[in-house]
Design a protein around this ligand. Structure first.
Ligand SMILES: [Zn+2]
Length: 307
């Protein structure tokens, strides 16, 4: 498998904030100590290009964000904070998503995990939202389409609905989007009746689950919804918005999952990927704010992805 990690993601400083540099430093340390760096391929990659960003984001927002980072303006949206180093980190994160997608599409490796921040799935074409600057998974999906793919599927198991990703592909039809998320909860979208529009009708699938959902219900809902949309989409690649904030101990999200449950979810995605796309999965870190359990959950995910 391909593993993307870089301590430079810690240069996106957010002050007293759940989406903090220590998340990525702790995850990188655990991945190093676990022996996984020797077993994975660690590619060198470059920042996302303006063209790759503009496949998803408005040029005016990209220009504004660069300016705001140069000025280190701090809070740019109710939940989103930037520093001088945020621009470099955001470009590197989106660049990792693109590089991993291109390499997996070329058959260099079957799977990839990108240990990146800032996260992406709330970011909209026109602006930042919910700790997210660029929508990394949407940028990756466009990179796959540019590389010749015709049908992509995005799976989002972050505890929050991936509203930004859904917005990008709502009327597209080439990119299926399946999200399981706590509801009612931030950001308030992701109801069952949001199913796409135009060419995208039927290619958006939301599985909102209540806070008191138990593990069995969660896993069954995930597998059923994922399988149904994959059978419809017939993807050539699965992109995964892998948030770990549905962990029971997460200070922001908190559902019913324990560290090892993310291995079970990973195996379900792998089975679907084996059926449709020769096991091709590119996984991107989204949320997950418990400084011990996010790295441990992500390690369970990486192990299962590489099995
Ligand atoms: Zn989240």
């Amino acid at each position: 498998m391909l593993l993307y990690l870089d301590d430079a993601f810690a240069e996106h400083e957010t002050g007293a904030h759940p989406e903090c540099p220590q998340r990525i430093l702790g995850l990188n340390q655990l991945l190093r100590n676990s022996g996984w760096l020797e077993r994975a391929v660690l590619p060198h990659w470059t920042s996302a290009t303006p063209e790759q960003l503009m496949a998803v984001h408005d040029a005016a927002y990209i220009t504004d964000l660069q300016h705001w980072c140069e000025q280190a303006v701090g809070r740019i949206e109710s939940d989103t904070v930037i520093s001088h180093g945020s621009w470099k980190a955001a470009l590197l994160a989106a660049g990792a998503a693109v590089d991993a997608t291109e390499r997996v599409m070329r058959g260099q490796q079957q799977t990839a995990f990108c240990a990146i921040r800032p996260p992406g799935h709330h970011a909209k074409p026109s602006g930042a939202m919910g700790f997210c600057l660029f929508n990394n998974v949407a940028i990756a999906a466009h990179a796959a389409l540019s590389a010749g793919a015709h049908r992509i599927m995005i799976v989002d198991w972050d505890v929050h609905h991936g509203n930004g990703t859904q917005d990008v592909f709502y009327a597209d039809g080439r990119v299926g989007f399946f999200s399981i998320h706590r509801s009612p909860f931030y950001p308030g979208t992701g109801s069952k009746n949001e199913t796409g529009a135009g060419a995208g009708l039927g290619y958006i699938s939301n599985a909102p689950v209540p806070a008191e959902t138990n593990l069995r219900e969660f896993v069954q809902t995930f597998e059923k919804g994922l399988t149904a949309l994959a059978d419809k989409t017939k993807p050539e690649l699965i992109l995964l918005s892998a948030g770990f904030d549905a962990h029971q101990a997460d200070p922001v999200g908190s559902l019913c999952l324990q560290d090892e449950d993310f291995a079970e979810l990973t195996r379900i995605v792998k089975q679907v990927a084996e059926v449709h796309c020769e096991g091709r999965i590119v996984s991107l870190l989204e949320g997950g704010y418990h400084l011990d359990h996010m790295p441990r959950s992500a390690l369970e995910h990486v192990k299962a992805l590489a099995e």
